[in-house]
Design a protein. Structure first.
Length: 89
């Protein structure tokens, strides 16, 4: 069974500061993926106390090693995860 590196989705937020030059720059912010009750969800700001209650957590901005079955489940979850989020090891 092949393994993959799963990079969580991200969003670009801007402006990145208060000075007028920062209005042209954006920050790349990772989105956390959780599995709660058999359903995957995107969470921008997860509460630390809640993280222990989820069966799977992929923190935003991280890279995680997943197997073929998990890859298929994340893509089928309908949360915006695509083949582009995975790199074969």
């Amino acid at each position: 069974m092949p393994n993959y590196i799963f990079s969580t989705p991200y969003v670009n937020e801007g402006p990145s500061g208060g000075h007028r030059l920062f209005y042209f720059a954006t920050l790349r912010k990772g989105v956390t993926i959780i599995k709660n009750g058999g359903t995957y969800q995107r969470v921008r700001y997860p509460a630390e106390d809640d993280l222990r209650t989820y069966s799977e957590v992929y923190m935003g901005g991280t890279k995680n090693i997943v197997n073929d079955a998990t890859k298929a489940a994340l893509i089928a979850g309908g949360i915006g995860v695509t083949e582009a989020n995975f790199t074969a090891i």
